[in-house]
Each structure stands twice: as structure tokens, then as C-alpha cells.
Design a protein around this ligand. Structure first.
Ligand code: 0O2
Length: 245
């Protein structure tokens, strides 16, 4: 499920991130806003590339700091924490080139900035499914974060069984003489979803072994097991009143 979000009231965006009812489906398509390209007009590609990566690293720091503040707050004020762990990465040069080639994009800064919104990536792991949506809503409520797109692979898992909630957010980053809205992809998922995604990634990218149809089926089966475990654990959390914040 993909929701592209432009100029919506915070309360409306927060509502979109309500945890799913059982068997809920639906897709909404909106257009994406423009972003900065803040680049100089001379050919110094290495410097320009490093500058671009730095802007995205700064955005990661901003989002990570916000998440750590929320995590810290729960440590003090609650019996449990909806955030188990936070990690981040800058997309590798190879992965950027691969994505641009796959999308048939020209190798220009503007094509990169308008089409690749996961240069900065943050991953949040949560104990329960409800926590995933709760964390997303806490982020959506922050005044200097705009949610640009929601890809809900929990309501609608990928064919291979991949499950995760992806938000593309735009965060305001202040530099010495300018402010930039920088896109960051935030992947939020449960421990069980992350276990599957991490191991699937390792298996898929093992270079000396072809990935067969039988392998795909086995992995899909494992994804279904994880989904079932998540559902049952969520139900237990309800029994213990752990769904309320
Ligand atoms: P890396 O190494 O993280 O850079 P779009 O952004 O819409 O043009 P894209 O990138 O296919 O298209 O978006 P999507 O499907 O939301 O996937 C983005 C990221 O989600 C991937 O980044 C992975 O990190 C993760 N992901 C998506 N599908 C799978 C999957 O089947 N298995 C695993 N393990 N992870 C997945 P990149 O760019 O692939 O890699």
C-alpha cells in the first residue's frame, strides 16, 4: 500500500498511520513535491557527491536524534518501550547507480534528487505490530517532519513475503546559511519482520548460489510463520494491556 502525501493536515497524516484493521486493503496515489537541488554550477563531481551525501547524513542525524529522544522518554515514563533499536545507513554509490539504471534515469544531480528518496535510510525495530504504527504516528506529529509517502508492506506484504512499514519523510535541516528539506526513508518493523528481512537479504545476496523457486517458496513460508507469530504475540500483548500508551 503506497500513500503519497502532500500538504495534508498533521492530524490527517496521523490518522493514515492508524494500525490496520484485519484484512484492510487500499492504495492512494498522489504526486510528489519537488526538492532542493542545491549544487554549484561547475564540474567537481567528487566534491558535489560528497556534499550531497553530507546533506543526507545530516538528515539521518536529525531523525535519529528525534527517535533517540522518544526512546529515552519511554525509558523514563513507561514500563516498556515501543522502540527496540534504531540503525541507519547512507545508500552505497553502487546501490544508487543500480537504482538509477533500473529506473532509466540520466546521471544528473536533479534526476537523482527527484527520483531517489532513500539515499538516507533509518530503520526502527519494534516489539509489536501496534508499536510500528505508534512510532510512525509519533514521527508524523513532529512539526519539522513532513510525511511524503507511506508504503505499507504490513497491510500488503510483497509477493516474496517482505513486511515492513516504509515512510519517506522530509526533514528540515539547518546549515550555516540555508535550510534544506531532505528526504529520508524510515523503515519501521517488528523484530520478527526484521529477522526475516535480514536473513533473506543475506541468503539472496550470497553470490555463489542461484536462488531457486524452491528457495523462494521456503522463504515465503518462513515469512508467513513470522507474520503468524507477530499476530499471536500482538494478541498476547492485548491480553496484558500492553497496547495502550
Ligand atoms: P539498500 O541496500 O537498502 O539501498 P522506489 O524507492 O519506490 O523507487 P524500491 O527502492 O524498490 O523502489 O522501494 P522499496 O520496495 O520500498 O524498497 C526499499 C528498501 O526496502 C530496499 O532498499 C530494502 O532495504 C528494503 N526491501 C524492499 N524489499 C525487500 C525484500 O524483498 N527483502 C529485503 N530484505 N529488503 C527489502 P534497496 O534499495 O533494495 O537496498
Amino acid at each position: 500500500m503506497v500513500e503519497k502525501i502532500i500538504h495534508q493536515e498533521k492530524t490527517e497524516v496521523v490518522r493514515i498511520l492508524d494500525a490496520p484493521e484485519e484484512n484492510e486493503t487500499g492504495v492512494a496515489e498522489l504526486t510528489r513535491p519537488e526538492f532542493f537541488p542545491q549544487t554549484v554550477d561547475y564540474l567537481d563531481m567528487d566534491r558535489q557527491y560528497r556534499q550531497l551525501m553530507y546533506v543526507h547524513e545530516a538528515a539521518i542525524e536529525q531523525i535519529t536524534a528525534k527517535l533517540n529522544i522518544l526512546k529515552g522518554e519511554f525509558q523514563f515514563s513507561n514500563d516498556r518501550n515501543p522502540i527496540s533499536s534504531i540503525s541507519s545507513r547512507i545508500k552505497s554509490k553502487e546501490s544508487i547507480v543500480y537504482k538509477m539504471q533500473k529506473k532509466g534515469l540520466p546521471f544528473t544531480v536533479s534526476a537523482l534528487l527527484s527520483n531517489v528518496h532513500d539515499i538516507a535510510g533509518v530503520r526502527v525495530i519494534c516489539p509489536f505490530i501496534q508499536d510500528v504504527y505508534y512510532v510512525a504516528q509519533m514521527l508524523a506529529r513532529q512539526p519539522d517532519i513532513e510525511i511524503m509517502e507511506v508504503k505499507d508492506y504490513i497491510r500488503e506484504p510483497k509477493e516474496n513475503g517482505y513486511r515492513s512499514l516504509h515512510l519517506i519523510v522530509s526533514v528540515r535541516v539547518n546549515f550555516s546559511s540555508s535550510s534544506e528539506n531532505v528526504p529520508v526513508e524510515i523503515q519501521i518493523r517488528t523484530i520478527a519482520m526484521d529477522f526475516w528481512a535480514s536473513t533473506e537479504h543475506q541468503l539472496r545476496y550470497k553470490k555463489d548460489r542461484e536462488f531457486s523457486e524452491k528457495d523462494e517458496k521456503k522463504l515465503k513460508h518462513c515469512a508467513d510463520l513470522m507474520a503468524r507469530a507477530d499476530k499471536e504475540i500482538q494478541s498476547l500483548a492485548g491480553d496484558f494491556d500492553l497496547n495502550q500508551w
